[in-house]
Write a protein of this length. Structure first.
Length: 401
């Protein structure tokens, strides 16, 4: 079976996902176009060399609807040369796109595939597309499906994580992300966004708060206490009757930020890379998806990581660096506790709490961040994983070449 190699990974900066955010004026197809053009220049490939494009997007309507992948390719002038599709596995869509690209290459049917994701949360708010898991009372009741924030609070309650621990993790995320930016750790992969006149709109992640303090974080109100009182706490307690009540330690400060952004990863076979003069940076060792309790919902990273390691014939000690999406602080803390990962190996440059979580793009962004850091530290193996709405998990293991 052919191996799947990663030849390049690029991303835009993350802009605040509000109308006041720097990227609000930028359409999703323009975010993708900027990364497409940057990748074409970086890899020196013609669009006709690509077999397909797979783009993750969680809210595929309006500016992101009707196959945003193909729309962006046409917008960039690549449309006649390469096909495109969009996929949605919620928060792991960007990583799932890369995994699908790797599977296409490993099948031997395609030699070079572009994968990644995009999300403009300022222009298309999360949940705008509706759906039964959000709005169908019958399904929500039958599945005991609660909002993700309540699930995060449920994890914190079950695991005994105190508000102070969650805030401390969030503080460290901001500190690490700020230090990474100041030290130039992200420079290789960032594609600055310019307007039509060539003026810079955004050159670095906008959501980081380097001046935040533990005292400031402690002043923020619980984010999910109110929806909990609307019946979702009761649903959670019905599933976990040993609990007396649900604690609500998550706030806007220790949860992932709402942002805009796009990312791309170039995946191909060794033969195709050699024919085009591309230098492989890593190979995809394994990829895994799992399903977990839809009420607790956000516990997928650990079983997905274990499944990916089993497929690769590896154990925890064999992984040099880890990226677990910081959807909520309790998700990462539980993952770290369950997998027994040292702090020095996990999310070493911060994560979505500091930099934000552009839903469809995050997984591809994390993979690129992981690869850059593996190269910087001269490490060989890395694993990226994300929790997923509805009770799923996705993980991917890569090895430097």
């Amino acid at each position: 079976m052919p191996e799947a190699y990663i030849y390049e990974a690029l991303r835009t900066p993350r802009g605040r996902g509000k109308s006041q955010g720097a990227l609000y004026e930028v359409k999703p197809i323009d975010l993708l176009s900027a990364t497409l053009n940057a990748l074409r220049q970086r890899a020196s490939i013609a669009p006709g060399e690509l077999d397909d494009t797979v783009i993750g997007c969680v809210t595929p309507i309006d500016d992101q609807g009707y196959n945003v992948a193909k729309a962006a390719l046409l917008h960039t002038g690549w449309g006649e040369a390469v096909s495109g599709m969009q996929v949605n596995r919620y928060c792991a869509s960007g990583l799932e796109a890369v995994n699908l690209a790797a599977m296409k290459v490993r099948s031997g049917w395609e030699g070079l595939v572009l994968a990644g994701g995009v999300e403009s949360m300022s222009r298309i708010p999360i949940g705008s597309d509706g759906g039964p898991l959000m709005y169908d009372p019958e399904l929500i009741t039958r599945a005991n499906s609660i909002p993700q924030g309540i699930s995060a609070d449920l994890i914190a309650t079950l695991e005994g994580f105190r508000r102070e621990e969650l805030d401390a993790y969030a503080y460290d995320s901001h500190k690490r992300a700020h230090q990474a930016w100041e030290n130039g750790f992200f420079d290789r992969s960032i594609v600055p966004i310019y307007d039509r006149n060539g003026l810079l709109i955004l050159g670095r992640d906008e959501h980081i708060r380097p001046d935040t303090t533990l005292e400031a974080l402690a002043q923020l109100p619980p984010a999910f206490e109110s929806p909990g009182r609307q019946g979702f706490d009761e649903m959670a307690l019905h599933q976990y009757p040993t609990l007396e009540r649900i604690q609500h330690p998550h706030t806007a400060g220790n949860s992932s930020g709402i942002v805009d952004g796009a990312a791309l990863v170039l995946v191909g076979s060794r033969e195709k890379g050699e024919a085009l003069g591309l230098k492989p940076r890593a190979r995809v060792l394994s990829a895994a998806t799992v399903s977990v309790d839809p009420t607790l919902m956000l516990t997928g990273p650990a079983p997905a990581a274990r499944k990916a390691m089993e497929l690769a014939g590896m154990k925890t000690k064999d992984i040099d660096l880890w990226e677990c999406n910081e959807a909520f602080a309790s998700v990462v803390l539980k993952f770290q506790r369950e997998m027994k990962i040292p702090e020095s190996k996990l999310n070493v440059n911060g994560g979505a709490i500091a930099m934000g979580h552009p839903l469809g793009a995050t997984g591809a962004m994390l993979l690129g961040t992981l690869l850059d850091e593996m190269e910087r530290q001269n490490k060989n193996t890395g694993l990226v994983t994300l929790c997923v709405g509805g009770g799923m998990g996705v993980a991917t293991i890569i090895e430097r070449v």
